[in-house]
Design a protein around this ligand. Structure first.
Ligand SMILES: *Cc1c(COP(=O)(O)O)cnc(C)c1O
Length: 294
């Protein structure tokens, strides 16, 4: 069993926790949504590495069911012993976190801050590694992936993967991302900025052009964390045909995008497609109501 139930944020946390430890910090402060997978995995990684963990959880999603606020990731955050602050919808998460960091400092402790999704340049490095692993494994098995399908939330996974592919001499347009958080245009420029920051940090002399990136906004629906019919269908299909669990916020929407692209012919028959499963299945328990209809 992977740490904390597993998921894509572990690759980022490997670097973020390292950065915090190296800098002599004793507390990690994380901001995110109520059902943040990053918050859950940060809490687990802190438990494992002996850091205190404070989660500042904002109401980013208009869902007020009891399970949304108490089950899924929140239940696990509590199990991992994190100190949880669930904000009111009107609260400013950034301002709240800043105040909390000051308060922590006044008690003589030192707080390291991990922003939304852990998508700092250091956090992205976990996915640069992933791109190298992918390039190596693809060579070993002799399969060239025409498309690598992923969700894009805070953009760190996409940015790290794209930077890694560029360094490995592969084109970043192989990645087909489906935004689940911000509108496609905004997601594109934010992701391109992150890629450039990662390349610069690694002293790699290249910059990405935004038309090298492929981000579709078609699966966003009414917004972040709001279920869509195609997401529910995609989660069900993979569960019933393969016994695999997608999550309702990220992977479910990205897989729905993949199915749509296959049906529309945007993905040619016989293509080699790699879908990266990013974890997040605890989110299913917080969204039970979206799956109850048969
Ligand atoms: C955070 C997350 C993503 C997206 O990663 P970003 O780096 O935020 O774009 C995808 N899937 C799951 C399950 C996640 O928790």
């Amino acid at each position: 069993m992977e740490l904390g139930g597993g998921g894509n944020k572990l690759r980022k946390l490997e670097f973020l926790i390292g950065q915090a430890k190296k800098g002599g910090y004793d507390t990690l402060v994380v901001t995110g949504g109520v059902q943040s997978n990053f918050a859950r995995l940060a809490a687990a990684a802190c438990a494992r590495t002996g850091l205190a963990c404070e989660l500042v959880l904002a109401q980013m999603v208009p869902r007020d069911t009891e399970i949304y606020h108490a089950n899924g990731n929140v239940l696990l955050d509590r199990l991992f012993g994190a100190h949880i602050h669930i904000l009111d919808p009107a609260d400013d998460a950034g301002a709240y976190a800043t105040r909390r960091i000051e308060e922590i400092g006044e008690t003589g402790r030192r707080a390291f801050v991990a922003p939304l999704g852990g998508s700092t340049t250091a956090g992205c490095l976990g996915y640069v590694d992933c791109a190298f692993e992918l390039a190596r494994q693809s060579a070993e098995i002799g399969v060239r992936f025409d498309q690598i399908v992923i969700p894009n939330g805070s953009g760190g996974m996409h940015a790290g993967l794209a930077a890694g592919l560029i360094i490995a001499g592969l084109h970043p347009s192989r990645i087909a991302a489906h935004t689940v958080l911000s509108p496609a245009e905004k997601c594109l420029s934010a992701t391109a900025e992150k890629i450039d920051a990662v390349l610069k940090f690694l002293s790699f002399d290249a910059r990405v052009a935004s038309n090298d990136l492929r981000i579709s906004g078609a699966q966003l629906g009414d917004g972040y964390g709001i279920p869509t019919h195609s997401m529910v269908e995609a989660v069900r299909l993979l569960a019933r045909s393969e016994g695999l669990l997608l999550d309702p916020v990220y992977g479910g929407k990205a897989f729905a995008g993949l199915l749509f692209d296959i049906e529309s012919g945007a993905i040619a028959p016989q293509s080699n497609v790699l879908f990266i499963m990013t974890g997040g299945s605890p989110g299913l328990y917080a969204y039970a109501d979206a799956f109850t209809a048969t």
